[in-house]
Design a protein around this ligand. Structure first.
Ligand code: GNR
Ligand code: NI
Length: 171
């Protein structure tokens, strides 16, 4: 397993739409292993493949608070039955370092996906899990949580990040 570099905003790759996976094979499993190790190393609770530069519809997540790790692997996830009731969480993103904002999203949803072994699964999500899977799903569609903020707030964040990373304007 390898810890990979996490891309940060501004970076055009983060705006790319990720492609469906045909088959969950060895290559995809190795990618999921690397993603999980990278996510744990960065102290995140979720990671989408595009955050390490791979435009495939793959997400890893672990929202367990205890010592015991409970990773979940999602391939080709689809979100269904979003609750019209919204919940607000303070979100952060490993690709938008050190920036946080309150974001409203459907409080509950269902997610259909293929697991690590390529088996079809469906889960009902609420609380932080519902927020996180929707945040990760956005990554697969080139969307970041800062896109839900006003233009002014978003541009202030992007300006801050660009200063930390002067070369990013040409990526
Ligand atoms: O680690 C993360 N924490 C988090 C907190 C609130 C809402 C969403 C997240 S996801 C984030 C990791 C990340 O950037 N995943 O794409
Ligand atoms: Ni993120």
């Amino acid at each position: 397993m390898t810890i990979r570099n996490i891309l940060t905003e501004p970076n055009k790759l983060l705006r790319q739409i990720s492609q469906k996976v045909d088959k969950v094979g060895i290559e995809e499993q190795k990618l999921m292993d690397d993603m999980l190790e990278t996510m744990y190393a960065a102290k995140g609770i979720g990671l989408a493949a595009i955050q390490i530069g791979i435009p495939k519809r793959i997400i890893v997540m672990d929202i367990s608070k205890e010592e015991a790790k409970k990773p979940i692997y999602f391939v080709n996830p689809v979100i269904k039955n979003k609750d019209p009731l919204k919940a607000t969480y303070e979100e952060g993103c490993l690709s938008v370092p050190n920036q946080f904002a309150n974001i409203d999203r459907p409080s509950r949803c269902e997610v259909e996906y293929l697991d690590y072994d390529g088996k079809k699964q469906i889960l009902k999500a609420n609380g932080l899990f519902a927020t996180c899977i929707q945040h990760e799903m956005d990554h697969l569609n080139g969307v970041l949580f800062i896109d839900y903020l006003s233009k002014l707030k978003r541009s202030i964040i992007i300006k801050k990040l660009s200063k930390l990373k002067p070369n990013s304007a040409i990526l």
